[in-house]
Design a protein around this ligand. Sequence first.
Ligand code: GTP
Ligand code: MG
Length: 148
Amino acid sequence: TEQTYIMIKPDGVQRGLVGQIIQRFEQKGFFLRGMKMMQVEKSHAEKHYADLSSKPFFGDLVDYMCSGPVVCMVWEGKEVVKTGRKIIGATNPLASEPGTIRGDFCIELGRNVIHGSDAVESAQHEIGLWFPEGVTNYEHTAKAWIYE
Ligand code: GTP
Ligand code: MG
């Protein structure tokens, strides 16, 4: 089944949004396979956002990601990459629809609370980067009540 990498950024942790963010993925029916909290090293943040290294905001982005602990998660389910991005909302929080995480909880690009993988291939790459130890593998017993 498809998996995605979701990360609550330091502002989301500091603002006490961890529970509400997890709830939105849980209530949809997605399945939590991995979760941990960590302080991110600069070199690791640079790797995660390597595609953006030429952008003018790259330095600020890396500083932001290292400004406090993050919560790292792997969520699983049908089309979870695309649907996870919908739950999160547009990159710029002022353009994110109300009802999305960014639409409901934040204002600025550089304080947009949460990360979500943008494609199945980047999800696989990011899960490997953030969970080199692997994730849990247990039976999702509610499956038959979520999928037909
Ligand atoms: P992520 O889920 O964090 O990867 O966001 P995204 O996929 O919606 O956007 P993208 O990958 O293009 O950018 C990564 C992150 O860089 C964004 O979530 C923002 O925090 C930050 N960012 C993107 N564009 C800008 C910008 O123009 N200015 C600033 N300050 N930050 C930006
Ligand atoms: Mg991105």
